[in-house]
Design a protein around this ligand. Structure first.
Ligand code: MG
Length: 288
C-alpha cells in the first residue's frame, strides 16, 4: 500500500494511492492531523473511511509526514564509497575515528526542516556557501520498541519513503556536531509518499540521486555498511522508538563534496532522488 498527504481543493488530506488507476483515494482524517502527523495518523488505531477518489495529477503532494513529532534520526557515512569520499573531503569532524565507522554515526534533523516533493529547498547565502544533496532511503517506524534486537527489528518497520538529507557542509564542519548544518529550514525533503514494508525488498533496492538530470549517486541498499535491522537495534539501544519515527539511512557516494572542485548546489538547480519500488522526490533550489 502507498499512503500520501496531499492538498485537494484547498484542504490537506491523507490518501491511499491507487497507482493502477492513477488516483488518490482520500481518507476521512481531520485536516489538522493530516497536516501534522500525516500518514502516521493511520497508525494511531483509527480506521478512516474512504471518501472521494481524485486523479493524482490534480493534487499537490506534501511530505507523507509533514511535521514529525520528533527529530528525524539520520545515519552518517553508511555506504563504504561515501564514507571514504566524506572522510577525505576535509569537512568530516568525525574523520579521526577512521574512514569506516565501527558503530553507526547517528545525528538528527529538526521536524520543521521537512518539506514535500516539489517544494523549494532554500539557500541562504548569508548562512552557508557549501550546500549539498544526499539521496537516502527513509524508514518509518510503525511499532514502538526499546532495545530492539536485529532479528525482530523489521517487525517494527511500517514503511519507507525517500529523503534528501540536504546539508550545509561548512556548518556541519564548523560545529563538529552535525545538527545545525543538517537542520536548516527546508533541508529535509521527504516523499513522494510512504510505501508499506511488504512492498520493498531491501536486498535489492536502488538509490539514485540526480542534479539537473545528471546522475550523481547510484547505489543499492545491499551496500549499506549498517543495514536497517542494525540501525534500528543501535538507535533503540536505551531509546524507545515510537510509531511515526523516521530514520534516514545514509547516502551513497557522489555527493557534491566528493568532486574536485566540489559541486555545491546553486539557485536554479533541481535535485531528484529516485528509489526503486518507492518513487521520485524532486525539489528545486531557490534563494531564501
Ligand atoms: Mg545523510
Amino acid at each position: 500500500m502507498r499512503y500520501a498527504v496531499c492538498e485537494w481543493q484547498g484542504r490537506t488530506r491523507v490518501g491511499r494511492i491507487d497507482q493502477a488507476a492513477g488516483e488518490v483515494v482520500l481518507l476521512d482524517v481531520a485536516e489538522d492531523v493530516a497536516a501534522s502527523d500525516g500518514v502516521t495518523s493511520l497508525l494511531m488505531g483509527a480506521r478512516p473511511s474512504a471518501q472521494d477518489s481524485v486523479p493524482l495529477t490534480e493534487v499537490r503532494l506534501r511530505a507523507p509526514i509533514p511535521r514529525p513529532r520528533r527529530n528525524v534520526f539520520c545515519v552518517g557515512k553508511n555506504y563504504h564509497a561515501h564514507a571514504r569520499e566524506f572522510s577525505r573531503s576535509g569537512f568530516d569532524s568525525s574523520a579521526a575515528q577512521g574512514e569506516i565507522p565501527k558503530a553507526p554515526i547517528v545525528f538528527s534533523k529538526v521536524p520543521e526542516s521537512v518539506v514535500g516533493t516539489g517544494d523549494a529547498v532554500k539557500i541562504d547565502a548569508g548562512v552557508s556557501s557549501a550546500i549539498d544533496y544526499e539521496a537516502e532511503l527513509g524508514v518509518v517506524i510503525g511499532k514502538a520498541g526499546r532495545n530492539i534486537g536485529r532479528e525482530e527489528a523489521m517487525g517494527h518497520v511500517w514503511g519507507y519513503t525517500v529523503i534528501n538529507d540536504v546539508t550545509a557542509r561548512d556548518l556541519q564542519s564548523e560545529h563538529s556536531q552535525w545538527l545545525i548544518g543538517k537542520s536548516q529550514d527546508t533541508f529535509c525533503p521527504m516523499g513522494p509518499w510512504l510505501v508499506t514494508a511488504d512492498e520493498l525488498d531491501l536486498s535489492d533496492t536502488q538509490v539514485r540521486g540526480y542534479v539537473n538530470d545528471e546522475l550523481r549517486q547510484d547505489a543499492n541498499t545491499r551496500d549499506l555498511i549498517f543495514d536497517v535491522p542494525s540501525i534500528i537495534a543501535a538507535i533503540s539501544n536505551g531509546i524507545t522508538l515510537l510509531p511515526g519515527d523516521v530514520i534516514a539511512t545514509g547516502t551513497p557516494a557522489g555527493v557534491g563534496i566528493g568532486f574536485d572542485p566540489p559541486k555545491y548546489l546553486v539557485p536554479g538547480d533541481v535535485m531528484r532522488v529516485e528509489i526503486s519500488g518507492i518513487g521520485v522526490l524532486e525539489n528545486p533550489v531557490e534563494v531564501f
